[in-house]
Design a protein around this ligand. Structure first.
Ligand code: NAP
Length: 496
């Protein structure tokens, strides 16, 4: 089959499976998600071996990713059972209302339809075949067609087999989930473009490069019926070190700098939440931090990156930024071969061009010195949208607290997650997490790609007016057979 045939077969099967998946009760859909988690666990050893071999990520990291993948499938099972994602609202009829009677109005969220998911190279499990986008789309009731990432085809195929077993055991059509295996479709942008352009596809989940996300968003926008693209792309995740964070001196400053470099170099820096930009006060304490960070980067050895292409892009990025006016290279670690390039740290002055502050995917840090904390909020406001921002401060220091109060509204406008006294790498999967942010962190800042809110991306509201009781969907029946949280006549009603 040509890649066009493979895409069309997958999307037609997804379209044909839509009604069956949409018709599942919360209990049935939750059971499907849990069954997928169980089937992945059954093949855990083979999946881990394949992912380690294909991604070059350490076994401990991949093992953690299996747990994260199954954990988020189970999280969404809980969300589906609880049912508040259905957003049920009932405005009972007011036939006697004057001057106009009110009709009976009922609203619930319904699934959009088949969703295309682009597996990410840097999370071969948790952001790939059965990762967060797939779990949230299935939870919403949307069949999924995954465009497998060519960097981990065997991992993708093993996970897809586990998902297919769970789908079959649940009695649902196989088209609920399809992997477009890169070994069958071949690589090349035509596959992804054809998938996004396919009329059966109703939304897209993507994690990867800014160029890739924007190209696919453009394909979606050009369709006769445009569809939303939820692309998570580039971010430098600014870290602001306020003066109070450095007052511990000596060992405390050394420890903070070492922790920063630990986050910067984690997983060869291949995290969308990598802390690529750090604001540091001028003065002795800042100098000590920079010297300690430079030592730690100098001592670090590169780890093998996900693909040769990503390693080459990193090398080009470091060279380009390092050569810019106003940029000084302060430390370079050791490379361990072409595919394991050296971590690097630079400083960028006020005269450095904007390109110095764009994402270089990998273990590359840019440090900007500031004289006054008053300069920080305008600087943050001028930045592109980011997934995260981190503030290091002393919560007992009046100056830091004052500066943080001014910074917070600026950070809210530019980022999806604000952290204090921690590091942005490591994204908790939960109900309160936001892994999103204004462009170019994502193409749609109104939502998240991690955590239970991700389900909202793949639903839309439908209102039912004066629909006879016998024809109402179960979610909207007066007797509330699914025990849902509802807003009835404006009042929030909790299930008994
Ligand atoms: P990528 O190049 O954006 O590719 C991701 C997926 O999108 C692949 O399946 C790719 O297909 C497809 N794709 C990319 N551009 C496309 C286009 N113009 N039209 C249609 N499909 C397209 O990302 P990657 O391979 O994971 O890594 C490359 C770079 O992405 C990295 O160097 C880094 O800058 C960035 N990245 C960012 C994050 C993040 O979390 N923000 C994560 C991973 C990577 P093919 O494979 O068939 O080409």
């Amino acid at each position: 089959m040509t890649h066009t045939d493979l895409v069309q077969t997958a999307t037609a099967a997804a379209r044909d499976a839509s009604d069956a998946l949409r018709a599942t009760t919360p209990a049935e859909r939750a059971a499907l998600l849990e069954a997928i988690a169980t089937e992945i666990e059954a093949d855990r050893a083979a999946i881990i071996a394949a992912a380690v071999a294909e991604s070059h990520l350490p076994e401990g990291r991949i093992t953690g990713e299996v747990g994260r993948t199954t954990g988020q499938l189970r999280l969404f099972a809980g969300v589906v059972r609880a049912g508040d994602h259905l957003g049920v609202r009932i405005d009972p009829a007011l036939p006697e209302r004057s001057p106009l009677p009110r009709p009976d109005l009922r609203q619930r969220m319904v699934p959009l339809g088949p969703v295309a998911v682009f597996g990410a190279s840097n999370f071969p499990l948790a952001f790939s075949t059965a990762g967060g986008d797939t779990a949230s789309a299935l939870a919403a009731g949307c069949p999924v067609v995954v465009k497998g990432h060519p960097a981990h085809p065997e991992t993708a195929a093993l996970v897809a087999t586990a998902v297919a077993r769970a789908v079959a055991a649940s009695g649902l059509p196989a088209g609920v989930f399809t992997l477009l295996d890169s070994r069958e479709t071949g690589t090349g942008y035509e596959v992804g473009e054809a998938l996004v352009a396919d009329p059966a596809i109703t939304a897209v989940g993507f994690t990867g490069s800014r160029a890739g996300g924007l190209a696919l968003a453009a394909v979606a926008a050009r369709r006769p019926a445009p569809i939303p693209v939820y692309a998570e792309m580039s971010s430098v995740n600014p870290v602001v070190v306020l003066p109070g964070a450095l007052t511990g001196g000596g060992e405390a400053v050394e420890a903070l700098a070492t922790a920063y470099v630990g986050s910067l170099t984690l997983g060869a820096g291949q995290f969308c939440t990598n802390p690529g930009l750090l604001f540091l006060p001028t003065g002795e304490a800042g100098d000590a931090f920079l010297a300690a960070a430079a030592r730690a980067v100098g001592d670090a050895t590169g780890a093998r990156m996900l693909t040769p292409g990503i390693a080459q892009a990193y090398g080009r990025g470091v060279e380009t930024v390092g050569a810019l006016d106003g940029v000084d290279v302060v430390a370079t670690g050791s490379a361990a071969g072409d595919e394991a390039p050296a971590p690097a740290l630079v400083t960028a002055g006020a005269d450095a061009p904007d390109t110095a502050f764009e994402e270089v995917f990998g273990a590359f840090g840019v440090v900007v010195r500031y004289d006054s904390a008053d300069d920080l909020a305008p600087r943050i406001e001028a930045m592109e949208g980011q997934l995260t921002a981190t503030v290091h401060c002393d919560a007992e220091d009046e100056g830091d607290v004052r500066a943080a109060r001014v910074l917070l509204p600026a950070l809210e406008r530019r980022v999806g997650r604000i952290l204090f006294n921690g590091w942005p790498t490591g994204v908790e999967v939960g109900h309160a997490m936001v892994h999103g942010g204004p462009f170019p962190a994502t193409t749609d800042a109104r939502t998240t790609s991690v955590g239970s809110r991700a389900i909202e991306r793949f639903q839309r509201p439908v209102c039912y007016q004066d629909v006879p009781a016998a024809l109402l969907p179960d979610a909207l029946r007066d007797d509330n057979p699914w025990g849902l949280v509802r807003r009835v006549d404006g009042e929030l009603e909790l299930p008994r």
